[in-house]
Design a protein around this ligand. Structure first.
Ligand code: ADP
Ligand code: MG
Length: 254
């Protein structure tokens, strides 16, 4: 009998360290992170201000390289890549969601969602279709011709999530995605992340709010650049814990 082959983890970090500066003023932001994130997981990264959350996000997102240790993204050793290759990997494999949405102003929701595909040189017709599908998946397709300034915070964050998933990335990385939202819009955004995860997307989300972390299936805590605790709150292949009972994952999210 052949056993099903285990899938390669999406992220593998081994002894990852990041030091800013040198000598007396050196800041050891990460001090030996060992972390494996399997495909389909929904990880929340918690920790006090200054504990290294953003540094970890920058390393995972290939925005910065570790000063020591190894980092494999879908089996690719990222530390070996030059800036051009890193930019390519970021565009193809990572979808970013920021606290402040970071949409391009005076540019429609549709065009914002489409932009990563412009950089990826996807032909116009396909690009448009995929951007519309991504906006539909997060429930803002009816706003596609609006500018960011004409959208609520929650709607802007949905457009940002559409932009993050439009390239079909290996991982969606979110840094405090509900930090600027009122609790109702924040809850809606978390339902969207839960639905994306239920449809198979791997999510790594930074938050300092416990009720937001409760949406994830696994929670790690950083203290002074180290992982202090690592708790699984739902099985890897289970639905995310806070997915509303009425929410059945829709095929178009996959
Ligand atoms: P968090 O996101 O958890 O608040 P950070 O990862 O931003 O933490 O920061 C971790 C530590 O690294 C802090 O002490 C911070 O001051 C320091 N740090 C972050 N970025 C830089 C930088 N570019 N240069 C120097 N120190 C930095
Ligand atoms: Mg931070």
């Amino acid at each position: 009998m052949t056993r099903p082959r285990r899938r390669r983890p999406t992220l593998v970090l081994r002894g990852v360290a990041k030091t800013y500066g040198a000598g007396e003023t050196a800041v050891r932001a990460l001090r030996g992170i060992d972390l494996v994130v399997e495909r389909g997981d929904f990880l929340a990264v918690m920790g006090a201000s200054g504990s290294g959350k953003s540094t970890l996000m920058n390393v995972i997102g290939c925005l910065d390289v570790p000063t020591a240790g190894r980092y494999l993204l879908e089996g690719i050793d990222v530390s070996q890549l030059d800036d051009l290759e890193l930019a390519f990997i970021r565009n193809r494999k990572i979808g970013f969601v920021f606290q402040t949405y970071n949409l391009v102003p005076r540019t429609s929701a549709l065009r914002n969602a489409e932009l990563p595909l412009v950089y990826a040189r996807v032909p116009k017709h396909e690009r448009r279709q995929r951007a519309v599908e991504a906006l539909e998946a997060v429930g803002v397709a009816d706003r596609m011709h609006h500018l960011p300034s004409e959208l609520s915070g929650g709607q802007q964050q949905r457009v940002a999530i559409a932009r993050a998933i439009v390239t079909n990335p290996a991982i969606v990385l979110a840094d405090e995605p509900t930090g600027n939202l009122d609790s109702a819009s924040g809850a809606e955004v978390m339902q969207i992340f839960s639905r994306l995860n239920a449809a198979g997307r791997t999510i790594v989300m930074i938050t300092h709010e416990h009720d937001i972390a409760e949406h994830a299936k696994r929670v790690i805590h950083l203290v002074d650049g180290r992982i202090e605790s690592d708790h699984r709150t739902a099985a890897l292949d289970a639905l995310p814990p806070k997915l509303a009972a009425a929410e059945v994952p829709r095929a178009e999210l996959a």
